[in-house]
Design a binder for this molecule. Sequence first.
Ligand SMILES: [Zn+2]
Length: 327
Amino acid sequence: MTARLALGVDLGGTNARAALVDPATGRGVAAHKLAHAERSPEAVAAAITTAVGEAARLAGVDAAALGTAGVGVAGQCLGSSGVVLNAPNLGWRDVPLGAMVAGALGLEVRLVSDLSAAAWGERCFGAARGVDDAALVFVGSGVGAGLILGGRLHEGGRGVAGELGHVKVSPRGAMPRPCGCGEWGCLEAYAGGMNLATRLREDVADGKAGAVLAAAGGDPGRLSASAVEAAYVGGDHYARELWAEVGELIGTASANLVTLLNPLRLVLGGGVLLGCAHLERIVRAHLADRVLRAARRDFEVRRAELGDDAGVVGAALLGGGAHSHEQ
Ligand SMILES: [Zn+2]
């Protein structure tokens, strides 16, 4: 083995994926994914250990010799302490995952949010390559951002920077919607795919959103952003109103992020945003209109390039290979 490999883990609500990545190219050399049989911290830590062992076996390396692992988690992480504060998709609060995984693998573990990991992956080998000030805005089942400032990942004072999904956007006079974080009126409560499906089911029960239900094959369990998009394409009024509202919320929050931090590149990612062309167009229109004019100079919006690999590649580079490619 000529190049030292970096070990990354991407922990989501449905599975854990481990990959060994060549830090010089960002390419995965071997990977293994395990769906969660159960979501207790012990079971998930064991699944991560198994996935890492399997990836290492496929790559023909000894996992314990890798030294460090980067772990990206779909949740809010107290960075340096290795504690997952709140991971709604896993049902976790205050889980010392870093210590659990480090103990099981005999490796040092660096824990980051999955979007910080994805932003770093895009910065090293994807749509924000070569840009020292960049932000990733992700709208999938959840909503969040990853921030690269001055060439470094910006995690904030305690590791929870970039929680764009939890900026409050509820309009005055309207009842704020509940968010998976336990608070009310968050951007994710309106724009995240899981919360969007909940709202669609409510609206269907109220006799609205009939065209969206039809696009979901008449099954309320299949109501989703893509069903809204399909109804939008068919000219449905409800879908058009909903995308106008959701697109304005995402676009305005993202524009304010750009005005505040002055990144030169905003990378759009996530299945809701990249899977719904009309929603993406509306978001981009609000970005073009609402970023402070002074912050528009040399500013570009691009689509994420690494897809599902961004998180595991970024986690690997942050854990062990972060500097190798810069030498
Ligand atoms: Zn929230």
